[in-house]
Write a protein that binds this ligand. Structure first.
Ligand code: FMN
Length: 376
């Protein structure tokens, strides 16, 4: 058996080395290159199995956390629309769903949707514009055909729900309620569809109505995904909390456009798209911090997201008030980003003598700095 060709002196089952995932990744890579193979993700899982490692053994000490009653191996959440239906990155050498706390599936609607006409993605300085338009095979297909193929022992899977009408949201939520999915994220912030989406999410009354109706339709943990394209995201968050959401996802993409000057035409077929990636990080950080001010008194956790591309970004979101951190566009640049982020967070915890990642959440000290600038 390939993995027994070399000794693995460092890995011990249930060992508590802070850099366990990194060490494991290095060893897996060593084995692969010495054997001249390019392993698939299932090989990595098998290697773990050969060592008697189970999912939580590859947790860094202190990175596990509880989120809406779900146990997550670490605070990393793969974001909707960036990982298909949880299978996409398992085809990438060295990637494993076990490396993340949760995966949010592609936005799902009542009926199948083909999405928008091309072009649907465009790279921008430090980010990307997309206007996919919620292309998906419809909730029946997702529940009947896709969910049975997912390995729920590897990570937590979260459905992402959209609709053109309140009734459609309810129909899709009910379908997922009667499925093995671990939690449901309500997307009231998609900027790329003509009906529903951000139309609902930018109106606090309508947001609250959608959340209230969805709350009644499921007993599973309910996450509401908020739009940054609105005047007062904190007020909207407050209304969604009052309407019964268990958690908030902050933020979805910002609306933007790209123009081909030679043709004098928009690049994106839908004219406008949603901007994601590092370009939006400062905006996302502020929105997370603002939402945290209203979410904290209710104990409502936040999935912070928007441009996270390394461990420092993730740490900033945790400090701003996010309980978990979402990674989306960053994966397009580096599919193995999550391992680097978890290793970096674990390193930070050790350097700052913290035992649990939850100790970091919302620790931003925004009081006037003693060495800051004061007007005289
Ligand atoms: C190609 C693409 C498709 C997306 N599709 C969805 C979707 O179906 N539902 C949703 O709630 N968010 C969707 N998003 C938004 C992401 O989940 C995420 O909130 C946003 O991109 C910000 O994070 P990031 O900068 O790390 O990508 C999509 C983003 C991208 C780039």
């Amino acid at each position: 058996m390939l993995v027994h060709a070399r000794p693995f002196p460092v890995i011990q089952t249930r060992a508590s080395q802070p850099r366990l995932i990194e060490v494991e990744a290095e060893r897996v890579n060593e084995v692969q290159s010495s054997a001249g193979v390019r392993a698939q993700a299932y090989d990595v899982a098998r290697i773990r199995g050969d060592f008697g490692l189970i999912q939580n053994d590859v947790e860094h000490e202190g990175l596990g956390l509880d989120f809406c009653g779900l146990r997550l191996a670490n605070p990393i959440v793969l974001l909707s629309g960036c990982v298909g239906f949880g299978e996409e990155y398992t085809r990438v050498e060295g990637f494993s769903n076990q490396d993340v706390g949760a995966i949010v599936l592609k936005g799902t609607t009542g009926k199948p949707r083909l999405g928008n006409r091309p072009h649907r993605v465009y790279e921008t300085p430090d980010g990307m514009l997309n206007a996919i338009g919620l292309q998906n095979p419809g909730v029946d297909h997702v529940v009947d055909k896709i969910l049975p193929t997912l390995d729920f022992s590897e990570t937590r899977f979260i459905a992402n729900v959209s609709g053109s009408t309140l009734e459609e949201y309810i129909e899709v939520i009910r379908r997922f309620d009667d499925s093995p999915i671990d939690a449901i994220e309500v997307n009231i912030s998609c900027p790329n569809v003509k009906e529903g989406g951000v139309q609902f999410g930018n109106d606090p009354d309508m947001s609250a109505r959608v959340v209230e109706a969805c709350r009644k339709a499921t007993s599973k943990p309910l996450i509401t995904k908020l739009s940054p394209n609105q005047t007062d995201i904190a007020y909207n968050a407050q209304r969604c909390i009052e309407a019964g959401t268990d958690a908030l996802a902050v933020i979805n993409t910002l609306t933007g456009m790209a123009i081909d000057a030679e043709l004098r035409r928009p690049v994106i077929g839908n004219v406008q798209g949603g901007l994601s990636g590092p370009a939006i990080k400062p905006i996302a950080l502020l929105k997370v911090w603002q939402v945290f001010q209203v979410a904290r008194p209710h104990g409502v956790p936040i999935i912070g997201q928007g441009g996270i591309a390394n461990a420092t970004d993730a740490l900033e979101f945790l400090i701003a008030g996010a309980t978990t951190v979402g990674v989306g566009t960053g994966l397009f640049y580096d599919p193995l980003l999550c391992r680097r982020i978890t290793a970096g967070i674990a390193d930070y915890l050790a350097r700052h003598h913290l035992t649990r990642v939850s100790e970091l959440v919302g620790t931003l000290d925004a009081s006037p700095s003693p060495i800051g600038c004061y007007s005289t």
